[in-house]
Design a protein around this ligand. Structure first.
Ligand code: ATP
Ligand code: MG
Length: 319
């Protein structure tokens, strides 16, 4: 039973990624589970190559600093040759119609000047990520469920056309986590790829910056501290963040003012992130250690998939 999860270095990892994904991976994961930094997926939209390299390294350091065992982590592009080869086999197993039906492609391509072909084919690369590692479970939110469905179809089709080889993966729905919203605009969720960073608390932000961002968080003019997500979304978001950091249900807090709430949230977030920030900064300062972790992860991931790639090419009649 191998579970595979990924995070794309489309920007700096934030408190939402931490509370919603990374901290759970670190505390609730099983020894055989795998995590990777999906840098190849970041290439499907316009991006800056030098920044991508920095963000990938940063994210690897964050995952390890958060407590995920180094032997369970790798960077996707370290397997680019294997994944490129398997993607081609799977692209030739996938119909154009199947790829074009993906709702995420329709959404992300809409209104874009140059739609990269990789944006259309990336669910096939995602299938290669999953099938190469032999993952049986892929935890996903609603937006990715259709892609795991495609990976299932491709695995089944390959197996029945060329010979039994791939584990057919299942999408699993992770237990609902706090959905952290943007502090400057509580109508949208906090995202790595948001251009305006005023409403995002990044895992590696300095404590003072975290305090400033939280003090400036949008609330409302009602001037009463209640947990009421519909009429007080900004305040509810702050209480939910505090709840996720402290374990106290968001309705159970009693604060006299918005200022008090913000002070408590800032201190809780700073404490929550402190050890990860410290660990990640230490790793980022120790090039050799981070390189060593990365190389070992890449080797293990490549070894894990080597026999599947060799067999896939052989069964497909090309090697
Ligand atoms: P992007 O803008 O590139 O989509 P993102 O911040 O949405 O970045 P993802 O890479 O899409 O991050 O997701 C990584 C993990 O973090 C997923 O498990 C996702 O559910 C979780 N996650 C992302 N944003 C939030 C959030 N605001 N609150 C809680 N969990 C989140
Ligand atoms: Mg996202």
């Amino acid at each position: 039973m191998t579970r595979l999860s990924a995070i794309t270095p489309s920007g700096h990892a934030h408190i939402g990624n931490h509370l919603g994904a990374i901290s759970r991976w670190a505390t609730q994961g099983r020894p055989g589970d795998l995590y990777f930094v999906s840098d190849l997926h970041a290439m499907t939209v316009s991006y800056n190559p030098a920044r991508l390299r920095v963000l990938s390294r940063e994210l690897l350091a964050v995952l390890v600093a958060a407590g995920i065992a180094p032997e369970q982590v790798f960077v996707q592009s370290d397997l680019v040759r294997e994944l490129g080869a398997l993607s081609w086999v799977l692209e030739c197993t996938c119909s154009y119609g199947e790829a074009a039906r993906m709702t995420q492609f329709k959404q992300k391509s809409e209104g874009q000047g140059m739609v990269r072909l990789g944006l259309l084919t990336y669910p096939v690369l995602m299938a290669a990520d999953i099938l190469l590692q032999g993952a049986s479970e892929v935890p996903v939110g609603d937006d990715q469920a259709q892609h795991v469905e495609l990976a299932r179809s491709l695995a089944r089709r390959f197996n029945s056309t060329y010979g039994e080889l791939f584990t057919v993966p299942s999408a699993v729905t992770p237990p609902t986590a706090a959905r952290v919203r943007d502090l400057a605009d509580p109508t949208r969720k906090m995202s790595k790829s948001t251009q305006d960073t005023a409403g995002s608390v990044f895992i590696l932000d300095e404590p003072d910056l975290i305090r400033r961002k939280i003090r400036r968080a949008v609330t409302d003019g009602l001037d009463r501290v209640t947990y009421s997500p519909d009429d007080q979304p900004g305040l509810a978001n702050l209480l939910e963040i505090l709840s996720a950091c402290t374990g106290t249900p968001p309705r159970d807090f009693s604060f006299g003012s918005y200022g008090e709430v913000k002070e408590a949230v800032a201190e809780a977030v700073i404490e929550e992130l402190r050890p990860i920030r410290k660990g990640a900064m230490d790793l980022l300062a120790d090039q050799e250690e981070l390189d060593r972790i990365r190389k070992a992860g890449a080797e293990r991931a490549a070894e894990r998939g080597a026999h599947r790639l060799t067999s896939a090419l052989r069964l497909a009649g090309v090697a």
